[in-house]
Design a protein around this ligand. Structure first.
Ligand SMILES: [Zn+2]
Length: 326
Protein backbone atom coordinates (compact mmCIF):
# COMPACT_ATOMS: atom_id res chain seq x y z
CA UNK A 1 0.00 0.00 0.00
CA UNK A 2 1.57 3.27 -1.05
CA UNK A 3 2.20 6.19 1.25
CA UNK A 4 -0.03 9.25 1.33
CA UNK A 5 0.26 11.46 -1.72
CA UNK A 6 2.59 14.36 -0.92
CA UNK A 7 -0.21 16.95 -1.09
CA UNK A 8 -2.42 14.81 1.19
CA UNK A 9 0.08 14.56 4.00
CA UNK A 10 -1.45 17.05 6.43
CA UNK A 11 -4.97 15.65 5.98
CA UNK A 12 -3.62 12.12 6.35
CA UNK A 13 -1.65 12.95 9.51
CA UNK A 14 -4.74 14.55 10.93
CA UNK A 15 -6.82 11.44 10.22
CA UNK A 16 -4.18 9.19 11.78
CA UNK A 17 -4.10 11.24 14.93
CA UNK A 18 -7.87 11.16 15.14
CA UNK A 19 -7.82 7.39 14.80
CA UNK A 20 -5.21 7.23 17.56
CA UNK A 21 -7.49 9.32 19.77
CA UNK A 22 -10.48 7.20 18.82
CA UNK A 23 -12.08 10.37 17.58
CA UNK A 24 -12.92 9.59 13.95
CA UNK A 25 -16.26 11.00 12.78
CA UNK A 26 -18.73 8.57 11.24
CA UNK A 27 -19.04 10.46 7.97
CA UNK A 28 -16.48 12.40 5.98
CA UNK A 29 -17.01 14.39 2.83
CA UNK A 30 -13.87 14.54 0.67
CA UNK A 31 -13.94 17.37 -1.79
CA UNK A 32 -11.55 18.80 -4.33
CA UNK A 33 -11.07 18.98 -8.08
CA UNK A 34 -11.26 15.82 -10.15
CA UNK A 35 -7.95 13.96 -10.12
CA UNK A 36 -6.64 15.35 -6.85
CA UNK A 37 -6.74 11.85 -5.34
CA UNK A 38 -9.82 11.80 -3.13
CA UNK A 39 -10.52 8.15 -3.87
CA UNK A 40 -6.94 7.30 -3.14
CA UNK A 41 -7.11 8.86 0.31
CA UNK A 42 -10.45 7.19 0.99
CA UNK A 43 -9.03 3.77 0.13
CA UNK A 44 -5.99 4.43 2.21
CA UNK A 45 -8.17 5.34 5.17
CA UNK A 46 -10.30 2.24 4.60
CA UNK A 47 -7.11 0.18 4.56
CA UNK A 48 -5.93 1.80 7.78
CA UNK A 49 -9.19 0.79 9.47
CA UNK A 50 -9.37 -2.69 7.97
CA UNK A 51 -5.67 -3.57 8.19
CA UNK A 52 -5.24 -6.32 10.74
CA UNK A 53 -1.73 -5.27 11.73
CA UNK A 54 -1.50 -2.78 14.54
CA UNK A 55 0.55 -0.15 12.75
CA UNK A 56 0.08 3.56 12.18
CA UNK A 57 -0.01 3.05 8.38
CA UNK A 58 -1.78 0.24 6.51
CA UNK A 59 0.79 -2.54 6.09
CA UNK A 60 -0.18 -3.57 2.55
CA UNK A 61 0.61 -7.21 3.35
CA UNK A 62 -2.06 -8.54 5.68
CA UNK A 63 -5.25 -10.21 4.53
CA UNK A 64 -7.27 -7.02 5.08
CA UNK A 65 -4.92 -4.90 3.00
CA UNK A 66 -4.69 -7.52 0.27
CA UNK A 67 -8.46 -7.79 0.01
CA UNK A 68 -8.71 -4.02 -0.29
CA UNK A 69 -6.08 -3.91 -3.01
CA UNK A 70 -8.00 -6.66 -4.84
CA UNK A 71 -11.25 -4.72 -4.40
CA UNK A 72 -12.90 -7.66 -2.63
CA UNK A 73 -12.88 -6.80 1.07
CA UNK A 74 -16.28 -7.80 2.47
CA UNK A 75 -16.35 -4.88 4.90
CA UNK A 76 -15.61 -2.25 2.30
CA UNK A 77 -18.59 -1.26 0.23
CA UNK A 78 -18.15 1.01 -2.78
CA UNK A 79 -21.24 2.72 -4.09
CA UNK A 80 -20.95 4.32 -7.52
CA UNK A 81 -23.20 4.74 -10.53
CA UNK A 82 -23.68 1.43 -12.35
CA UNK A 83 -21.73 1.10 -15.57
CA UNK A 84 -23.22 3.20 -18.38
CA UNK A 85 -25.26 5.21 -15.85
CA UNK A 86 -24.47 8.47 -14.18
CA UNK A 87 -26.84 8.25 -11.23
CA UNK A 88 -26.69 6.43 -7.90
CA UNK A 89 -30.21 5.13 -7.34
CA UNK A 90 -32.30 4.80 -4.21
CA UNK A 91 -32.16 1.02 -4.60
CA UNK A 92 -28.40 1.12 -4.24
CA UNK A 93 -28.72 3.11 -1.01
CA UNK A 94 -31.40 0.76 0.30
CA UNK A 95 -29.13 -2.15 -0.38
CA UNK A 96 -26.38 -0.29 1.47
CA UNK A 97 -28.65 0.25 4.49
CA UNK A 98 -29.34 -3.47 4.57
CA UNK A 99 -25.65 -4.24 4.23
CA UNK A 100 -24.84 -1.96 7.17
CA UNK A 101 -27.46 -3.68 9.30
CA UNK A 102 -25.33 -6.83 9.14
CA UNK A 103 -22.34 -7.18 11.40
CA UNK A 104 -18.93 -6.56 9.90
CA UNK A 105 -17.70 -9.86 8.52
CA UNK A 106 -14.22 -9.41 9.85
CA UNK A 107 -15.46 -8.09 13.16
CA UNK A 108 -14.06 -4.58 12.84
CA UNK A 109 -15.07 -1.51 10.90
CA UNK A 110 -17.44 -1.33 7.98
CA UNK A 111 -16.31 1.29 5.50
CA UNK A 112 -18.48 2.75 2.77
CA UNK A 113 -17.23 4.81 -0.17
CA UNK A 114 -19.81 6.80 -2.11
CA UNK A 115 -18.27 8.18 -5.28
CA UNK A 116 -19.23 10.60 -6.60
CA UNK A 117 -21.68 11.46 -3.83
CA UNK A 118 -23.28 14.12 -6.03
CA UNK A 119 -24.41 11.33 -8.37
CA UNK A 120 -27.05 10.32 -5.84
CA UNK A 121 -30.48 11.36 -7.03
CA UNK A 122 -32.85 13.10 -4.61
CA UNK A 123 -34.44 9.87 -3.40
CA UNK A 124 -31.09 8.21 -2.90
CA UNK A 125 -29.78 11.22 -0.96
CA UNK A 126 -32.89 11.27 1.23
CA UNK A 127 -32.57 7.60 1.86
CA UNK A 128 -28.96 8.03 2.94
CA UNK A 129 -29.83 10.78 5.44
CA UNK A 130 -31.13 8.39 8.04
CA UNK A 131 -27.93 6.34 7.94
CA UNK A 132 -25.88 9.52 8.24
CA UNK A 133 -27.96 10.63 11.22
CA UNK A 134 -27.90 7.33 13.07
CA UNK A 135 -24.97 5.38 11.74
CA UNK A 136 -24.37 1.87 13.05
CA UNK A 137 -21.39 1.62 15.40
CA UNK A 138 -17.96 1.13 13.81
CA UNK A 139 -19.11 2.47 10.49
CA UNK A 140 -17.26 5.03 8.43
CA UNK A 141 -19.01 6.67 5.50
CA UNK A 142 -16.71 8.36 3.00
CA UNK A 143 -18.46 10.59 0.51
CA UNK A 144 -16.48 12.04 -2.37
CA UNK A 145 -17.39 14.91 -4.62
CA UNK A 146 -15.80 17.26 -7.16
CA UNK A 147 -18.94 19.36 -6.90
CA UNK A 148 -19.99 19.51 -3.25
CA UNK A 149 -22.36 22.38 -4.04
CA UNK A 150 -24.44 19.81 -5.95
CA UNK A 151 -25.07 17.93 -2.70
CA UNK A 152 -28.03 18.84 -0.54
CA UNK A 153 -27.25 20.94 2.52
CA UNK A 154 -28.70 18.20 4.69
CA UNK A 155 -26.13 15.69 3.41
CA UNK A 156 -23.26 18.17 3.68
CA UNK A 157 -24.16 19.16 7.21
CA UNK A 158 -24.00 15.57 8.41
CA UNK A 159 -20.46 15.00 7.20
CA UNK A 160 -17.17 16.44 8.32
CA UNK A 161 -15.43 18.11 5.46
CA UNK A 162 -11.94 17.35 4.22
CA UNK A 163 -11.10 19.49 1.25
CA UNK A 164 -8.13 19.31 -1.04
CA UNK A 165 -6.97 22.44 -2.78
CA UNK A 166 -4.88 22.58 -5.90
CA UNK A 167 -1.50 21.03 -5.09
CA UNK A 168 1.52 23.31 -5.44
CA UNK A 169 2.84 23.05 -8.98
CA UNK A 170 6.36 21.95 -8.02
CA UNK A 171 5.00 19.21 -5.77
CA UNK A 172 2.58 18.03 -8.47
CA UNK A 173 5.29 18.00 -11.14
CA UNK A 174 7.72 16.15 -8.89
CA UNK A 175 5.08 13.49 -8.26
CA UNK A 176 4.30 13.20 -11.98
CA UNK A 177 7.99 12.61 -12.56
CA UNK A 178 7.95 9.70 -10.10
CA UNK A 179 5.00 8.18 -11.97
CA UNK A 180 6.37 8.68 -15.45
CA UNK A 181 10.13 9.18 -15.29
CA UNK A 182 10.40 9.28 -19.09
CA UNK A 183 7.93 12.13 -19.42
CA UNK A 184 9.27 15.28 -21.05
CA UNK A 185 9.17 18.19 -18.58
CA UNK A 186 7.36 20.46 -21.02
CA UNK A 187 4.66 17.85 -21.69
CA UNK A 188 4.30 17.28 -17.95
CA UNK A 189 3.70 21.00 -17.50
CA UNK A 190 1.09 21.09 -20.22
CA UNK A 191 -0.68 17.98 -18.93
CA UNK A 192 -0.86 19.49 -15.46
CA UNK A 193 -2.26 22.73 -16.84
CA UNK A 194 -4.85 20.85 -18.88
CA UNK A 195 -5.76 18.78 -15.84
CA UNK A 196 -6.46 21.96 -13.91
CA UNK A 197 -3.54 21.24 -11.61
CA UNK A 198 -4.82 17.79 -10.59
CA UNK A 199 -1.83 15.41 -10.68
CA UNK A 200 -3.69 12.09 -10.96
CA UNK A 201 -5.77 13.42 -13.80
CA UNK A 202 -2.63 14.67 -15.55
CA UNK A 203 -0.98 11.26 -15.12
CA UNK A 204 -4.05 9.52 -16.51
CA UNK A 205 -4.20 11.91 -19.43
CA UNK A 206 -0.61 11.18 -20.37
CA UNK A 207 -0.99 7.43 -19.85
CA UNK A 208 -4.12 7.23 -21.99
CA UNK A 209 -2.76 9.32 -24.82
CA UNK A 210 -5.15 12.19 -24.08
CA UNK A 211 -2.70 14.78 -25.38
CA UNK A 212 -2.47 13.08 -28.77
CA UNK A 213 -6.22 12.80 -28.85
CA UNK A 214 -6.49 16.54 -28.22
CA UNK A 215 -4.16 17.30 -31.14
CA UNK A 216 -6.12 14.98 -33.40
CA UNK A 217 -9.35 16.68 -32.39
CA UNK A 218 -7.89 20.09 -33.07
CA UNK A 219 -6.97 18.83 -36.58
CA UNK A 220 -10.65 17.90 -36.98
CA UNK A 221 -11.85 21.28 -35.81
CA UNK A 222 -9.50 23.06 -38.20
CA UNK A 223 -10.89 20.95 -41.02
CA UNK A 224 -14.44 21.91 -40.06
CA UNK A 225 -13.54 25.59 -39.84
CA UNK A 226 -11.96 25.35 -43.30
CA UNK A 227 -15.12 23.70 -44.62
CA UNK A 228 -13.19 20.59 -45.56
CA UNK A 229 -15.15 18.05 -43.55
CA UNK A 230 -18.58 17.29 -42.28
CA UNK A 231 -19.23 18.21 -38.63
CA UNK A 232 -21.71 15.35 -38.37
CA UNK A 233 -19.05 12.80 -39.27
CA UNK A 234 -16.68 14.39 -36.79
CA UNK A 235 -19.33 14.29 -34.06
CA UNK A 236 -19.63 10.54 -34.63
CA UNK A 237 -15.87 10.16 -34.39
CA UNK A 238 -15.59 12.28 -31.25
CA UNK A 239 -18.36 10.37 -29.59
CA UNK A 240 -16.18 7.29 -29.85
CA UNK A 241 -13.27 9.17 -28.31
CA UNK A 242 -15.49 10.17 -25.38
CA UNK A 243 -18.25 12.72 -25.23
CA UNK A 244 -17.27 14.37 -21.99
CA UNK A 245 -13.58 14.58 -22.85
CA UNK A 246 -14.39 16.02 -26.29
CA UNK A 247 -16.61 18.70 -24.82
CA UNK A 248 -14.04 19.42 -22.18
CA UNK A 249 -11.27 19.96 -24.75
CA UNK A 250 -13.42 22.28 -26.85
CA UNK A 251 -14.38 24.17 -23.72
CA UNK A 252 -10.71 24.69 -22.84
CA UNK A 253 -9.91 25.88 -26.37
CA UNK A 254 -12.77 28.33 -26.32
CA UNK A 255 -11.72 29.75 -22.97
CA UNK A 256 -8.22 30.29 -24.37
CA UNK A 257 -9.58 31.82 -27.59
CA UNK A 258 -11.67 34.25 -25.57
CA UNK A 259 -8.61 35.14 -23.46
CA UNK A 260 -6.60 35.78 -26.62
CA UNK A 261 -9.30 38.01 -28.05
CA UNK A 262 -9.83 40.00 -24.89
CA UNK A 263 -6.18 40.57 -23.98
CA UNK A 264 -3.50 41.01 -26.55
CA UNK A 265 -0.79 38.45 -25.73
CA UNK A 266 -2.90 36.85 -23.04
CA UNK A 267 -0.63 36.17 -20.05
CA UNK A 268 -2.39 33.04 -19.00
CA UNK A 269 -3.42 30.27 -21.36
CA UNK A 270 -4.11 26.63 -20.66
CA UNK A 271 -3.30 25.19 -24.08
CA UNK A 272 0.06 26.90 -24.43
CA UNK A 273 1.50 24.33 -26.84
CA UNK A 274 -1.26 24.78 -29.42
CA UNK A 275 -1.86 28.49 -28.81
CA UNK A 276 -0.80 29.59 -32.33
CA UNK A 277 -3.31 27.21 -33.90
CA UNK A 278 -6.10 28.34 -31.60
CA UNK A 279 -5.18 31.93 -32.31
CA UNK A 280 -5.59 31.32 -36.05
CA UNK A 281 -9.08 29.93 -35.54
CA UNK A 282 -9.99 32.73 -33.12
CA UNK A 283 -8.88 35.37 -35.61
CA UNK A 284 -11.73 34.37 -37.91
CA UNK A 285 -14.45 34.62 -35.27
CA UNK A 286 -16.10 37.57 -33.58
CA UNK A 287 -15.71 37.69 -29.80
CA UNK A 288 -19.47 37.68 -29.30
CA UNK A 289 -19.71 34.47 -31.28
CA UNK A 290 -16.93 32.89 -29.22
CA UNK A 291 -18.86 33.73 -26.07
CA UNK A 292 -21.95 32.20 -27.62
CA UNK A 293 -20.09 28.98 -28.38
CA UNK A 294 -18.64 28.94 -24.90
CA UNK A 295 -22.17 29.13 -23.49
CA UNK A 296 -23.23 26.37 -25.81
CA UNK A 297 -20.41 24.05 -24.74
CA UNK A 298 -20.98 24.86 -21.04
CA UNK A 299 -24.60 23.97 -21.51
CA UNK A 300 -23.67 20.75 -23.30
CA UNK A 301 -21.27 19.86 -20.45
CA UNK A 302 -24.04 20.54 -17.95
CA UNK A 303 -26.44 18.33 -19.88
CA UNK A 304 -24.05 15.56 -20.84
CA UNK A 305 -24.99 13.47 -17.78
CA UNK A 306 -28.62 13.53 -18.82
CA UNK A 307 -29.31 10.06 -20.19
CA UNK A 308 -32.40 11.17 -22.09
CA UNK A 309 -30.34 13.40 -24.37
CA UNK A 310 -28.78 12.11 -27.54
CA UNK A 311 -25.05 12.59 -27.08
CA UNK A 312 -24.38 12.60 -30.81
CA UNK A 313 -26.85 15.43 -31.36
CA UNK A 314 -25.27 17.35 -28.52
CA UNK A 315 -21.84 17.12 -30.15
CA UNK A 316 -23.22 17.86 -33.58
CA UNK A 317 -24.86 20.97 -32.14
CA UNK A 318 -21.52 22.11 -30.81
CA UNK A 319 -19.64 21.41 -34.06
CA UNK A 320 -22.08 22.59 -36.71
CA UNK A 321 -21.64 26.22 -35.66
CA UNK A 322 -17.99 26.12 -36.76
CA UNK A 323 -18.65 25.43 -40.43
CA UNK A 324 -17.98 28.43 -42.67
CA UNK A 325 -21.03 30.29 -43.90
CA UNK A 326 -21.66 29.98 -47.57
ZN1 LIG B 1 -2.53 -4.57 6.53
Amino acid sequence: MSAALPWHQSQWDNLLSRIAQDNLPHALLLTGRRGVGKQRLALQLAARLLCTEDQPEPCGQCKGCRLILAGTHPDLKVIQPPEDKSVISVDQIRELTHYLSLTALCGGYQVVLISPADAMNVNAANSLLKTLEEPPANTLMLLMSDRPSALTATIRSRCQLISFGKPAQDIALAWLKTQQPELDANIANIALELADGAPLRAAEMVAQGGLNQRTEMLDDLEQIVAGRCDPIEIAKKWLKLGKKESLYWVYGWLVDMVRMKVVNQAPYLTNTDIAPRLSKIAAKIELSLLYKRLDQVSEALRLEDNPSLNAELLLEGVLIGWTPRR
